[in-house]
Design a protein around this ligand. Structure first.
Ligand SMILES: [Zn+2]
Ligand SMILES: [Zn+2]
Length: 162
């Protein structure tokens, strides 16, 4: 029974973090937190970018949960590890696979991987705070849906600028 609860806590926290990441990316990073995230929508000079500071911010809930987990609340440990697991997947997907901060020539083969990589490239089609699409990381709508969304945003801009 404990294994079941621990597994649920782990994967529940991991999946929940995709939602947190989506909303944080859309409303915080492309909102008042743009001053840090902007560095990620520009060519990087050097090894690091200001946007990397978000990794420390997102590590806080994981550290707090793991602390509670090792101090009398075992379920919190697995949630904390789930949050950390999301961080590891995010880093592997976003920083290594898409942005190649570690050199490699691997190309995604599965449809799912191709879709989320392509979706994140579309997120980077603009270097601006406003008008971006695809804010998630391990889930993304199909590419044609995102392209349609981009067209709609463009059309709306043209109409309001006119
Ligand atoms: Zn962004
Ligand atoms: Zn990116």
């Amino acid at each position: 029974m404990n294994i079941l609860i621990n597994t649920l806590c782990f994967f529940g926290a991991l999946a929940f973090m995709e939602g947190v990441a989506y909303f944080a990316h859309k409303y915080v990073m492309h909102g008042f937190g743009w001053f840090l995230h902007e560095s990620h929508h520009r060519p990087r000079e050097g090894l690091f970018e200001l946007n990397d500071l978000y990794a420390f911010i997102f590590a806080i809930p994981s550290i707090v949960l793991i602390w509670f987990g090792t101090n009398g609340h075992p379920w919190a440990l697995w949630m904390g590890l789930g949050v950390a697991g999301y961080g590891a997947i995010y880093f592997g997907f976003h920083d290594v696979i898409v942005h190649r901060r570690i050199h490699h020539n691997w190309r995604p083969k599965s449809r799912y991987m191709q879709r989320i990589v392509h979706a994140h490239r579309l997120h980077h089609a603009l270097e601006e705070k406003e008008g971006a699409v695809s804010f998630g990381f391990i889930y993304a709508p199909p590419v044609p849906v995102l392209r349609a969304e981009m067209k709609a945003i463009e059309a709306e801009r043209a109409a309001t600028a006119g």
